[in-house]
Design a protein around this ligand. Structure first.
Ligand SMILES: Nc1ncnc2c1ncn2[C@@H]1O[C@H](COP(=O)(O)OP(=O)(O)OP(=O)(O)O)[C@@H](O)[C@H]1O
Ligand SMILES: [Mg+2]
Length: 244
């Protein structure tokens, strides 16, 4: 166990189940993310990664089991209330306001956080952090796909979370953008933010993560350091296969 794991987890799933019309997408999964820890959540398509993120961010309630943030149950909490507690996320399918400018997208997030109007300059530090300051006045739908992903990240960071859940942030990014994303994730952690990263880019995921959790058919099949997970026979046969 690494030093980062000491103490109670910031965000915790305890034996969570999620069923959709009788089909179990998650079967008794437990997972903890500690402060300033980057945890990668990996696994094959349909393994339940997005469903687990939905449970952890209050987008969906668990069918059974509990989600706790700072030791408190999140049961019944709306996602925006969870965001005010410091828990925020991005989506696998981008959820930006295409007809607003890049800066305005960030301001909407600031305003939701603070409950009051945000001035234009408040958007800038977050756009600088992701390298989009030069495009502040462009419409969001004019950005290339990779930059829209970075904008969604800027919006999530503008809420100043302590726990950030990311669903495939590298999907659609160029290799240069992926390298920048890696640096950004490390910078985010250095600012005191814990990250749960769902990602199919294993070089990125295993490269930045302190710990890796592997899901397969709705069950957790491994939880360990990147080295432990890479050499785990069950993970290799379920997911890594030729990639390992
Ligand atoms: N709203 C829903 N209604 C019905 N079934 C769902 C729903 N959401 C997810 N599922 C099912 O739950 C299972 C897990 O899906 P999930 O999207 O969590 O997988 P994933 O690991 O994120 O996959 P991917 O890597 O493709 O994004 C799949 O079988 C999926 O079809
Ligand atoms: Mg998914």
């Amino acid at each position: 166990m690494s030093g980062r794991e000491a103490g109670a987890p910031l965000l915790e799933a305890r034996e969570v189940w999620r069923e959709f019309g009788g089909v179990a997408a998650l079967r008794g999964v437990s997972l903890g993310v500690h402060e300033r820890e980057i945890v990668a959540l990996i696994g094959p398509n349909g393994a339940g990664k997005t469903t687990l993120l939905n449970l952890l961010s209050c987008v969906l309630p668990p069918t059974r089991g509990q989600v706790l943030f700072r030791g408190r149950s999140l049961a019944g909490l709306a996602p925006h209330r969870a965001a005010r507690l410091g828990l925020t996320r991005t989506f696998q399918n981008l959820q930006l306001f295409g007809s607003l400018t890049v800066a305005e997208n960030v301001l909407v997030a600031r305003e939701a956080r603070g409950g009051h109007a945000a001035s234009w300059s408040e958007a800038l530090p977050w756009l600088e952090l992701v390298g989009l300051a030069a495009r502040a006045d462009e419409y969001a739908h004019h950005l290339p796909f990779g930059q829209r992903r970075l904008l969604e990240l800027a919006r999530a960071l503008a809420v100043e979370p302590t726990m950030l859940l990311l669903d495939e942030p590298a999907a659609g990014l160029s290799s240069g953008e992926r390298a920048a994303l890696r640096e950004l994730l490390l910078a985010v952690r250095a600012r005191g933010v814990a990250v749960l990263l769902v990602e199919h880019d294993l070089e990125l995921a295993l490269g930045v993560a302190d710990r890796v959790v592997v899901l397969d058919y709705g069950e957790k099949i491994a939880d360990g350091t990147p080295e432990q997970v890479r050499s785990d026979p069950r993970v290799i046969s379920a997911y890594l296969g030729a990639a390992a």
